[in-house]
Design a protein around this ligand. Sequence first.
Ligand code: FAD
Length: 363
Amino acid sequence: MVLHPILQDLVKTPFFRYFKVKLWCDCPFWPDDGMCYLRDCTVCECPESEFPEPFKKSSRLFSADDVICQEGKPQAAVDRTLDDTIFKGWIQIDNPWTYDDETDDAAMTYVNLQLNPERYTGYAGPSAQRIWTAVYKENCPQYPSEEWCNEKKVMYKLISGLHSSISVHIASEYLLDSSANLWGQNVQMLYDRVWKHPDRVRNLYFIFLLVLRAVTKAADYLEQAEYNTGNHVEDLKTQSLVRQLLYNNKLLSACRVPFDEVNIWQGQNGPDLLQQIQNQFRNISAIMNCVGCEKCRLWGKLQVNGLATALKVLFFVDGKNNLQRNEVIALFNLLNRLSQSVKFVHDMGPLMEKMERHDSSPT
Ligand code: FAD
């Protein structure tokens, strides 16, 4: 896949590796949930401007006490190592698609995504299940009863595709032996959670193509946008990678339209649909505040924001420059995560087919 290596380089650039996010929990649905004590335990939720200069340059990792706050699992903790790169130049308004107030700088923090990869964290059980159930119910009140969902199938497919992608990342970077800190692939998990369910694989491809199409559609805006972090050399590289990516995307769309957005949500009224989808995203974004593992919350928020941005571009933005920096960062990082998931599933295909044959052979 020609896009994947470019995306991998792009998300490592200073512009794309910092995501602004509100991390401490403010769950509006289950205030008595045990995970809310995490807020007091996490040490540094203060705004970047309050950090002393030397802290910004040092590699400050969590103390042992902090780690206990992350449900006792170091792999679930967000690494807040900072450097002195601070973004400037983009207009900041509160995004109506997200629950958090992005203009509330005191509550927001920059996170270096490269130091906090999306992978296995150990977050599971009733808390995780409750989040997924709430997210599915948000776009389909009678989930899993299909008949109630017809007109909302698109949202279901997108959420399911995102869920598949998260499962793929857990399986591709799994903690195989905690005492030896040994990480590797959990192919049985990939098979059980994703491959065995062809609709989940299809939904993964569906969301990937939708986000790819959104990036293609916003190509002119994205090409002209300012990728300024104050590091001239790195910023030129970012600009060049964005162009390479868009150039490839343009080629792709010229050869074969990868996604036909005109034909989805057919027959629905534009303004009503916009309001409905925006509300759904605000609610899903609010549900993300209830995710009891900080690193999962970070990636959950980023990917929901990236998906909302893709839908905004595809269906509701009329060519005006109204994407925010954080939305563009979320959009490209989401595309990269999806691209990586698709690649992993594709590469594992032969092994998965073998497991499938073994599964269906008579014992
Ligand atoms: P779950 O993945 O919790 O699924 C719950 C139920 O949903 C399943 O029983 C099935 O009926 C249905 N389902 C599963 N997949 C799909 C699909 N693709 N489409 C439709 N229905 C489906 N854990 C980590 O280790 N690392 C992370 O980075 C991480 N990030 C997370 C982010 C969010 C926002 C959430 C809510 C959870 C995250 N988790 C993460 C937890 C992880 O997603 C699982 O919940 C956990 O591993 C337990 O998995 P499970 O097998 O019980 O099923």
